[in-house]
Design a protein around this ligand. Structure first.
Ligand code: FEO
Length: 398
């Protein structure tokens, strides 16, 4: 039986034909607690064009939504803006079914698709600035290498002033609403921020270049249509502005205290440090690793000025959850942070030093000596911790 899915009209000639993944909760290590969407778009130009596809298990939903508008066999072109499998997973099956005249991807996209599917897909290469003639309309492609894959590109449909921005300006948010003006902006800002912090942060320099190129080209952007989350038709200027702030890594008087604990000692230290930070005027987020997901911690670090990390010593090492967050954050390459380490121990007490070394490896400027305590902190140690927090707050204000 045919599934009852329908396309959603975005403009007179463009339809959203994607899929809603209400239940995904882990996107290769990113906590997608609100689910996600895989957006694909149908352009009803003279040459009917499908922009991106969806994750493989959602192929029937894509086909049903296309079929609510047009016979899929009438699609002439497919544009693959990004070859990651959440957008290309069902591309080979769609090509088999539709038999389009052409499939377009960037130079690196052609290679990436070949490396994924190994089945001789016939893909036509397009380069930065190329125009794909759709008859009564045209798509201009803009390569956005390393945003966030080497193959990434965006496509601009001039006649509709619409940018198909693939992962850029997207978010993991499943909703029945398809447009930004149908959802509360603080929710969109939070989920877009989380997406930026966890996916795009390492490529912030490239983000700034793309934002500059979009500004220089004076592209009119009535619609920004990403591959995840709602379509921007009201707040597109705001999301571009937010991206500039995130890409510049503007840091505030905010501190993240991330820690884990075995018998509560490192936790006592974390709370004392946090109190010192707050007394010095910093806004503080205290995040215990077994209560906060790594991707939520990364989100808080995006606009924080300080990162303070505490770990007990276990078997001469840092606690496993602390290794997880530090290696994860290292890969995201935040810049401009100050910070410190701390921790409790029973015998040897290596963890605080190891945390400090890892922070230094992330180019975090160490703002004070790491408090280390055997077993349980006494009043004096907690005062030391508080003073460390206060000193970091003073630096943040400075
Ligand atoms: Fe949504 Fe990079 O894939």
């Amino acid at each position: 039986m045919k599934e009852a899915f329908e396309a959603v009209r975005v403009t007179e000639k463009v339809y959203w034909v994607g899929a809603i993944d209400w239940n995904i909760r882990d996107f290769h290590g990113y906590s997608t607690h609100r689910g996600t969407t895989y957006n694909a778009y149908l352009v009803l130009a003279d040459r009917v064009t499908l922009v991106d596809t969806v994750k493989a298990p959602f192929r029937e939903e894509l086909i049903a939504r296309i079929s609510s508008v047009i016979d899929p066999g009438k699609i002439d072109y497919i544009v693959s803006n990004h070859s990651e499998m959440d957008h290309s997973g069902c591309l080979p099956e769609m090509i088999d079914m539709i038999k389009p005249e052409k499939v377009f991807a960037s130079t690196m996209g052609v290679k990436a698709l070949a490396d994924h599917f190994h089945d001789g897909l016939d893909v036509t290469e397009v380069k930065d600035g190329d125009r794909i003639d759709l008859g009564d309309m045209a798509i201009t492609v803009l390569e956005t290498r390393m945003l966030h894959w080497p193959d990434s590109m965006v496509s601009y449909l001039e006649e509709e002033k619409l940018l198909f921005s693939q992962d850029g300006f997207g978010m993991h948010l499943a909703s029945s609403e398809r447009f930004d003006d149908e959802l509360p902006f603080p929710l969109l800002e939070h989920e877009a921020r989380k997406y930026y912090a966890n996916i795009l942060l390492p490529f912030s320099r490239q983000v700034l270049k793309v934002l500059d190129r979009l500004a220089e080209a004076k592209l009119e952007l009535d619609i920004v249509a990403p591959d995840h989350g709602p379509v921007w038709r009201k707040n597109q200027g705001r999301i571009l502005e937010l991206y500039r702030g995130w890409a510049e890594q503007r840091r505030g008087k905010k501190a993240v205290v991330a820690y884990d604990t075995m018998w509560g000692s490192t936790e006592k230290m974390a709370k004392a440090i946090a109190d010192g930070l707050a007394s010095g005027g910093a806004s503080v987020k205290v995040m215990k690793l077994r209560a906060a997901h790594r991707s939520d911690i990364a989100t808080e670090v995006l606009d924080a000025g300080a990162l303070v990390v505490g770990s007990p010593t276990i078997n001469n090492n840092i606690f496993p959850t602390i290794a997880d967050i530090l290696f994860y954050l290292k890969g995201l390459k935040p810049v401009g942070l100050i910070g410190a380490a701390f921790g409790s121990y029973g015998w040897s007490g290596e963890a605080a030093g190891q945390v400090e070394e890892l922070l230094e490896g992330m180019k975090v400027e160490i703002a004070g000596e790491a408090p280390r305590v055997k077993y349980v902190p006494d009043k004096e140690m907690l005062e030391n911790c508080r003073n460390l927090g206060r000193a970091i707050a003073d630096k943040l204000r400075g």
